[in-house]
Design a protein around this ligand. Structure first.
Ligand SMILES: CCCCCCCCCCCCCCCCCC(=O)SCCNC(=O)CCNC(=O)[C@H](O)C(C)(C)COP(=O)(O)OP(=O)(O)OC[C@H]1O[C@@H](n2cnc3c(N)ncnc32)[C@H](O)[C@@H]1OP(=O)(O)O
Ligand SMILES: NC(=O)C1=CN([C@@H]2O[C@H](COP(=O)(O)OP(=O)(O)OC[C@H]3O[C@@H](n4cnc5c(N)ncnc54)[C@H](OP(=O)(O)O)[C@@H]3O)[C@@H](O)[C@H]2O)C=CC1
Length: 515
């Protein structure tokens, strides 16, 4: 049987979402590890004043592509952008491009989606479901198509605790929903959205579940695979450890904690943090494409691409390693010293939000106002609270994913492919991974230089001195205002001190007795 790289040699591949986080890693890996691939067509739209060609050129200039550039400086010639807006009828692909794609594409990877948790239902449906349906129609016109790989999410069925590698019945028949929403105005859709999504936390997971059903319904005669990654994080090994380029999911939380802005968040210390490195997801995706094309399974095979059941790590441990990394490798211009804590208790979290988020933000904004600048800290905290409010659902509970198909796929690979397209997360060393992840956010998301770490440490020392001074002044103020002026406050103070003293003596005595 052909190895993965041998299979892709001479093949034409179509990728949607190639400019996104996972799409980029997929393009890079394909070009680097399957150098015989014939053409990589990428569906791209013009955006923010940039043409599609310009966007693809910029993408290929980024650091992620350094290794493939070294191996083959002409790699970009294999990447052919095709203009497409997925929310438009026919995906807005020109008839000439349709003809070309229909004639030569062998494998389709569908990564594009809106991953925003607050996306209005109509738009999420348009992009995540209707565009998938249209892409499947296009795929059916492809005369030489061997595999269609759809990227879903492990949380598409997060209303269940145990999730098998099967396509579950959809919450509603997708076609019926598409027809109903067509005539409703945005206000009506907004009103019925909570009723429709039911136990799911957002329109994203809801529409991804519908998309899986569409893939199943429309895939007659196509060989299909569905990949369900959990929370996709920075790269583990490839092309280099710690590569990440966005604030999504945990990355934004890590950065906010490293900057000393985020001090508290609702999450369960003991819940499994089902992070999965992006390179693992992409290796599995390419292997699944190969397996689907070679074995042509009769029905769509689903791959739950998760870590929790195989090599579990918990949010409490993540908190510890994130804080420890940012203390050793501080981010520049931190607002406060990094010291974030997670708690599953609502009231404790609210207390710390007040004391550690809102109070310092108010003080800082007051300082900005007094120095003639525009206040901004409260606005930043409001946005942060909105973002972490949307993530809490995923960090406060556990899910169990069956991953038999992933194990089966791994068993099908040759020893060389198992190394080259490694998705065995048993080998993942979490503390090392989290350290590289945090350093990756510093280097590649915030574009901070590692040589500036001594200055960042100096800044943290300055912040610590400010805190000591502030606490001392606060204590003197409280003493002057309350204790020194009122006999009652003095009595309470002495009462509290004597109570503490008695408490301490009691513990000393009982520990002496037990010894
Ligand atoms: C130490 C503690 C350790 C404890 C750890 C606990 C961690 C728990 C983490 C749990 C993660 C769970 C994820 C679950 C994933 C489900 C898996 C998936 O399938 S799906 C994949 C997962 N999908 C997602 O993760 C999507 C989640 N994100 C969203 O839905 C939206 O971004 C939003 C609603 C949060 C904000 O909307 P809106 O207010 O309209 O803001 P915009 O979007 O327009 O962005 C404006 C600017 O802010 C930037 N920025 C953005 N986020 C953050 C951040 N967190 N922070 C900082 N910055 C952030 C952004 O880059 C932009 O910058 P610029 O371009 O202006 O310079
Ligand atoms: N990131 C994660 O944690 C997880 C992601 N997934 C799934 O993986 C896939 C990729 O996610 P990720 O890379 O993180 O997402 P990104 O948001 O980084 O990328 C989304 C991609 O979709 C493209 N896209 C969005 N809207 C349109 C449109 N209207 N027309 C054309 N292209 C469009 C974007 O193009 P443009 O650059 O033009 O905006 C971009 O290339 C998604 O299907 C997601 O559901 C699953 C589990 C976890």
């Amino acid at each position: 049987m052909a190895s993965i790289a041998e299979y892709y040699a001479g093949k034409s591949v179509l990728i949607t979402g190639a400019t996104g986080f996972m799409g980029k890693v997929l393009v890079e890996k394909l070009l680097r590890c399957c150098p015989g691939v014939s053409t990589v067509y990428v569906l791209v739209r013009p955006k923010a004043g940039q043409s599609m060609q310009q966007r693809v050129n910029d993408m290929m200039k980024c650091k992620l592509f350094d290794r493939v550039r070294e191996d083959n400086p002409d790699f970009h010639k294999k990447v052919v952008p095709v203009s497409s807006e997925l929310t438009q009828p026919g995906l807005a692909i020109s008839p000439q491009d349709i003809t070309k794609l229909a004639a030569c594409v062998n494998v389709v990877f569908h990564c594009a989606a809106t991953i925003r948790f607050d996306e209005p239902l109509k738009h999420a449906l348009q992009l995540n479901v209707i565009a998938t349906q249209q892409l499947l129609s296009l795929a059916k016109q492809m005369q030489n198509l061997e595999a269609f790989v759809h990227i879903s999410t492990a949380y598409a069925n997060c209303n269940r605790r145990h999730i098998d590698e099967v396509i579950y019945p959809p919450p509603v028949e997708p076609k019926k929903l598409i027809d109903s929403l067509e005539w409703m105005d945005d206000g009506m859709v907004r009103e019925i959205t909570p009723r429709l999504i039911g136990e799911r936390p957002n329109t994203y997971t809801y529409t991804k579940a519908l998309a899986e059903c569409v893939v199943q319904q429309e895939s007659d005669k196509l060989s299909v695979a569905i990949i369900r990654p959990s929370i996709v994080g920075a790269s583990w090994q490839e092309p280099f450890p710690g590569w990440i380029d966005n604030f999504n999911g945990p990355s934004g939380v890590f950065i906010a904690a490293g900057k000393g802005i985020l001090r508290t968040m609702r999450a369960s210390n003991d819940a499994v943090a089902d992070l999965i490195p992006v390179d693992v997801v992409i290796n599995l995706t390419l292997a699944a494409g190969w397996y689907t094309a070679v074995h042509r399974p009769k029905s769509a095979l689903v791959y739950n691409c998760t870590t929790g059941g195989i090599n579990p790590f918990h949010w409490g441990e993540i908190e510890h390693h994130v804080m420890s990394t940012f203390k050793r490798n501080p981010l520049e211009q931190a607002f406060r010293r990094p010291n974030a804590n997670i708690t599953s208790n609502y009231l404790i979290n609210q207390y710390w939000i007040l004391v550690s988020h809102k109070f310092p933000a108010l003080l800082y904004d007051l300082y900005l106002r007094l120095s003639g600048q525009k206040p901004q800290m409260m606005r930043i905290f409001n946005r942060l609270h909105k973002a972490i409010g949307l993530l809490e659902y995923f960090s406060s509970q556990d899910w169990e994913w069956n991953s038999d198909n992933v194990s089966m796929l791994m068993a099908q690979l040759s020893p060389e492919d198992r190394k080259m397209f490694n998705f065995d997360v048993r080998q993942l060393n979490w503390p090392e991974y989290i350290e590289n992840y945090c350093i990756g956010t510093k280097k590649y998301v915030l574009n901070e230089d590692m040589s500036d770490i001594p200055a960042a440490r100096q800044h943290l020392r300055k912040l610590r001195n400010i805190r000591y001074t502030f606490n001392t002044l606060l204590l003197i103020f409280i003493w002057r205002v309350f204790i020194a002026r009122s006999q009652m406050a003095r009595n309470i103070w002495y009462f509290v001190v004597s109570l503490c003293f008695k408490f301490l003596s009691y513990f000393k005595a009982s520990s002496t007795l037990t010894n």
